[in-house]
Every structure is written in structure tokens, then in C-alpha cells.
Design a protein around this ligand. Structure first.
Ligand code: NCD
Length: 300
């Protein structure tokens, strides 16, 4: 694989390889914190949108494997503010770094970057488009929590229109035999064109209660405030769903709750101490999966 731009690049075989490698990375970090296979190698983290977990887990992944990181986390302090194009910035960083991790507000930005880059590009989120590495770590987490993906009932909840993580995750689940459930306010429904690509056709509702009792994986998302035209429009849907201890009482005893984070109000902190709250384990899995992905792109 030359770049990681979309989940469309992965099939069941390559997914299994990523998960086996991520599991080996977990072992490596647990036993010896990492190794030095990427000594003198550099990754450039180029983030045109805010990030905490994605940028720091990609940085930690490179550093745990002995490499180092150029971080451009606020492009306003870079030549981007002088009007430099994405293409020129990417070609610049390719002179210094061995891999570029890019987050950008426009759909297709990672593809544009890859077209001019002389080093591998990893899509770390392109607007409302895709977030392939998040979907990979989400699947790895489902596997870690449940031991399997096939056969599960997976409910995606929240802003299914603008959430790029659910767009990538739903597509990646095409490789498994799962029951999909979509819960969103009508105005934030999963896009029809993407739904047409799904092999597991979802049952859809505006009410979580319709599916909460049968759900094995509850994947909660934030209403994507930055994608709304006005504050009023955002306010009318922002608190559509809140997962709290009442929700937990209706859920299966062995269910797992995932969230790509950050959360705003969607999951009450009282839920955090329940063993079904998997979102902190999920973010740690992000480190192992990103170590595996960097190794796949620039390792031997
Ligand atoms: C997500 C993103 O940026 O799309 N965050 C992340 O990468 N963990 C989800 C979000 O911002 O709601």
C-alpha cells in the first residue's frame, strides 16, 4: 500500500494483517515500551483541523518505534497563512519527512495530497469524507472487546450525516456479517449515496430505545458543530441523545460502548466507570493500530 486514503483500500485479508500487527504492537509496548526500528525516520503531522487523539497517537506511534515527528498542528502559524496551497505544503514536507499524516476540512484533500507527494500520505480525516485510521481502530476495538465482529448487532448513533468516522466504519463493516442499526435525528441521517454502498442494510430509527436491548456495540458520535451553517441549526439537534445510567440499565450486560471522542454531552461521565464503557480502551488501541499502519507503509 502506498498511501492510506480510504477504507476502500482494505479487504478482509489486509484487515486481518493490520489487526495481527496491532496486537503485536500492543505486546511490544506492554513489554518494552517500543523499539528503534524507525531511528532517524520522521513523520510530518499536518493538521488543518483541531485534533487531540489522532495527532498525539500518530506522534506517539512514530516515537514508540524510534522515529521523530514534525508537528504542524496550527497551520495558521505556517506558510498556509501566506496562501500556500495544500499541494505545495505537502511537497515541502515530503523533502524532510518519510510519511505525512494529513487532516484537512475538505473532502478529497488526502487524495489531492497523495497525487503530488513523494512520500506516503495517511488520511487523518478529510472534512465530512473519511477517517480510515479511526475506522480501523474502531474495528480493532470491537474485536478486542467481543472476540469477533461477525454476528454482532452494531448501532451507530448521533450525527450520521456529518460524522466521517461512521462513514468509514459502516463501509469497513461491509467485510463482515453484522446487523447494522442507525439512530439519528431526521436532519442528521446517514447519507443515501453512502448507504447504497452498504452490504449490511441498516434498520433505521430516530429513537435509540428501538434497538438498545439488542445492541452489542453502541457507537456514539458527537454532533459535528463545525459542519453546521448556523448556531441555531446546531442547537436544535445538539442534545438529541444522551447515554446515561438509564441507558446502561437497558443494555446487554456484555455490550460495549464506543465513541471516537471528543464527547460533548452525548455520554454522561457516570457511564465511564461501567465496564461496558470501552472508549478509553478504544483510544489506546488507536496507538497500536497507528503503529501497525506506519510500519505497513514505511517498514521493511
Ligand atoms: C473524530 C474526528 O475528528 O472525526 N475524532 C477523532 O479523530 N477521534 C470525531 C469527532 O471529532 O467527533
Amino acid at each position: 500500500m502506498d498511501h492510506i486514503l480510504s477504507v476502500d483500500q482494505f479487504d478482509r485479508d489486509s484487515l486481518d494483517k493490520v489487526f495481527a500487527s496491532a496486537q503485536a504492537m500492543r505486546q511490544l509496548v506492554t513489554t518494552s515500551h517500543g523499539d528503534s526500528r524507525f531511528a532517524h525516520r520522521i513523520s510530518a503531522n499536518l493538521f488543518y483541523e483541531p485534533s487531540t487523539r489522532t495527532s498525539s497517537s500518530f506522534a506517539a506511534a512514530m516515537q514508540r518505534l524510534g522515529g521523530s515527528v514534525i508537528s504542524i498542528n496550527d497551520v495558521h502559524y505556517s506558510s498556509v497563512s501566506k496562501g500556500e496551497t495544500l499541494e505545495d505544503t505537502v511537497q515541502t514536507l515530503g523533502q524532510y519527512a518519510d510519511v505525512i499524516v494529513l487532516r484537512h476540512p475538505e473532502v478529497g484533500a488526502a487524495k489531492r495530497a497523495a497525487a503530488v507527494s513523494n512520500v506516503p500520505v495517511i488520511n487523518a480525516g478529510d472534512g465530512v469524507g473519511e477517517h480510515p485510521t479511526q475506522a480501523l481502530l474502531d474495528l480493532f476495538t470491537i474485536l478486542a472487546e467481543k472476540g469477533t465482529i461477525d454476528g454482532l448487532t452494531i448501532t451507530l448513533l448521533g450525527d450520521l450525516k456529518n460524522g466521517r468516522t461512521v462513514h468509514s466504519l459502516a463501509k469497513l463493516l461491509n467485510h463482515y456479517n453484522v446487523q447494522l442499526r442507525f439512530v439519528a435525528p431526521a436532519s442528521l441521517a446517514f447519507p443515501d449515496d453512502l448507504a447504497a454502498e452498504l452490504t449490511n442494510q441498516p434498520e433505521v430509527s430516530e429513537t435509540l430505545d428501538d434497538f438498545v436491548g439488542e445492541t452489542d456495540i453502541l457507537y456514539v458520535t458527537r454532533v459535528q458543530k463545525e459542519r453546521f451553517a448556523s448556531e441555531d441549526e446546531y442547537s436544535s439537534v445538539k442534545d438529541s441523545y444522551v447515554i446515561d445510567t438509564n441507558t446502561l440499565a437497558k443494555m446487554k450486560k456484555d455490550a460495549a460502548i464506543l465513541h471516537p471522542l471528543p464527547r460533548v454531552n452525548e455520554i454522561h461521565p457516570d457511564v465511564d466507570s461501567d465496564p461496558r464503557a470501552a472508549y478509553f480502551r478504544q483510544m489506546q488501541n488507536g496507538l497500536f493500530v497507528r503503529m501497525a499502519l506506519i510500519d505497513m507503509l514505511i517498514g521493511k
